[in-house]
Design a protein around this ligand. Structure first.
Ligand SMILES: *Cc1c(COP(=O)(O)O)cnc(C)c1O
Length: 362
C-alpha cells in the first residue's frame, strides 16, 4: 500500500506528468463552465472541436509538422498500423523493405507479408538486438514502396542514432516509444505512427502523421476504416474518435511546451538516461544490455547475469515504490522505462536503490 505516488517504470501504459493528472482532475466534473466532463461531450460539439483543434495545432507546432503532412488521431494501437501501413502504401510497387531491430519491427514485418512482397533490409537478430545496423548495412531495394523501421526498440532498449537515408523511397517509422522525446525532422518521413500510451496520453489513441502525397494507393479490398484517406477526408472524425485521450494529449503537449518544447525535453531525457547508464557502466553487479552508441534514452535494459537475482531486484524495488522494473517476458532481466513524464528524482531514487542492492548482494 502506498499513500503517495510511486515511480512507475512501466514500458506502457506509463507515467503521465502529475501536473497533467491534477489538471484533468480539477476539470473532471465541469470542463470550462460547460457543466459536463470532456468524456461526456459530443465529438461534434463546439467545446470538443475546440479541444481537438487546439491539440492538433499544438502537436503540429511542437513537432514542426510541415503543411505537406496530415495529423490523424486514430485507434487500434501501433499494432493496427502494422497492417494499415502496407494496406495503404504498398500498392505502388507491391514491395516494401523492413529493418528488424527488435520485437515490434519483427511483428510489423510479419503482418506486412499478408499484403505484398516483403524484403528484410537489415536485422540485428545476430547479436540479440543489442545494436542498430549502420546505414551501409541497410540492403535497400530500389523498387520498395516504402522502408519501415522502429526508431526506438522498447523491449531491447536500443534507439536509432541516425535517420536512414533511403533516397526516393518513403521512410515509415514506428515511434511509439520515443515520439515527443526529442526534436525530429518530420519532413524526412512519409509516415510516422505511435501508440499514445508511452509518451503522449492514456492508451486508446494512435497518432499517425503522413505525407498526403502518399494517399490514394490503398489496396482495393482495404476496409473503409483502415484507409488513411477516410480519416484525412473526415479530419479524424469519420466515426467517434477517442475524445478523452485527445484531450489528455492536449494537456501533455501544453506541459511539454511550458517546459521549453522538444529541445528542452531532449536535454532533460539525456541527463536522466546518463545518470542511469553512468551507474550501470561502473557497477560490478549490473550491466547494460545495449551497446553504448545505440542505447535508448527511453527504455534502459540491464541484467545482473543471474535470473534469480534479477527477480529479487525487481521485487524489492517494487516494494520500495520503484515499480515495473521487470524486463519484458521475451528478454528477461530488467527494464527501466524513463519517458518524458519520469522525473529526474525517480531516476536518482532508482540509482540509489541499485547501489544499496549492490552493497547487499555482493
Ligand atoms: C508499445 C509498442 C507497440 C505496440 O503498441 P500497441 O499500441 O499496444 O499496439 C508497437 N511498437 C512499439 C515501438 C511499441 O513501443
Amino acid at each position: 500500500m502506498f499513500t503517495e505516488r510511486i515511480y512507475n517504470f512501466s514500458a506502457g501504459p506509463s507515467m503521465l506528468p502529475e501536473a497533467v493528472l491534477a489538471k484533468a482532475q480539477s476539470k473532471m466534473l465541469n470542463f470550462g463552465g460547460s457543466g459536463t466532463s470532456v468524456m461526456e461531450m459530443s465529438h461534434r460539439s463546439k467545446a470538443f472541436v475546440d479541444i481537438f483543434d487546439e491539440t492538433k495545432t499544438l502537436l503540429k507546432a511542437l513537432m514542426g509538422v510541415p503543411d505537406s503532412h496530415e495529423i490523424l488521431f486514430l485507434q487500434g494501437g501501433a499494432s493496427l498500423q502494422f497492417a494499415m501501413v502496407p494496406l495503404n502504401l504498398i500498392g505502388k510497387t507491391g514491395k516494401a523493405d523492413y529493418a528488424v531491430t527488435g520485437n515490434f519491427s519483427n511483428l510489423a514485418m510479419k503482418e506486412a507479408k499478408h499484403y505484398g512482397e516483403i524484403h528484410e533490409a537489415a536485422s540485428s537478430a545476430d547479436q540479440n538486438h543489442t545494436y542498430i545496423p549502420a546505414q551501409d548495412q541497410l540492403n535497400l531495394s530500389k523498387d520498395a514502396a516504402y522502408f519501415h523501421y522502429c526508431d526506438n526498440n522498447t523491449i531491447y532498449g536500443t534507439e536509432w542514432n541516425y535517420v536512414p537515408d533511403t533516397g526516393a523511397v518513403p521512410l515509415v517509422s514506428d515511434m511509439s516509444s520515443n515520439i515527443l522525446s526529442k526534436p525530429m525532422d518530420v519532413s524526412k518521413y512519409g509516415l510516422i505512427y505511435a501508440g499514445a500510451q508511452k509518451n503522449m496520453a492514456p492508451a486508446g489513441l494512435t497518432v499517425v502523421i503522413l505525407d498526403k502525397s502518399l494517399l490514394g494507393l490503398e489496396l482495393s479490398h482495404t476496409p473503409t476504416m483502415l484507409r488513411y484517406q477516410t480519416h484525412v477526408d473526415a479530419d479524424s472524425m469519420y466515426n467517434t474518435p477517442p475524445t478523452y485521450n485527445i484531450y489528455m494529449l492536449g494537456l501533455v503537449l501544453n506541459w511539454i511546451e511550458a517546459r521549453g518544447g522538444l529541445t528542452a525535453m531532449e536535454r532533460y531525457n539525456e541527463e536522466k538516461a546518463a545518470i542511469l547508464y553512468d551507474y550501470l557502466d561502473e557497477s560490478a553487479l549490473f550491466k547494460a544490455c545495449a551497446l553504448p552508441e545505440f542505447r535508448s534514452k527511453m527504455n534502459v535494459t540491464f541484467v545482473t547475469g543471474d535470473p534469480d537475482l534479477d527477480a529479487k531486484f525487481a521485487k524489492e524495488a517494487g516494494a520500495a515504490g520503484l515499480s515495473n522494473l521487470k524486463g519484458h517476458r521475451v528478454v528477461g532481466g530488467m527494464r527501466a522505462s524513463i519517458y518524458n513524464a519520469m522525473p529526474m528524482e525517480g531516476v536518482s531514487a532508482l540509482v540509489e536503490f541499485m547501489k544499496e542492492f549492490e552493497q547487499n548482494n555482493r
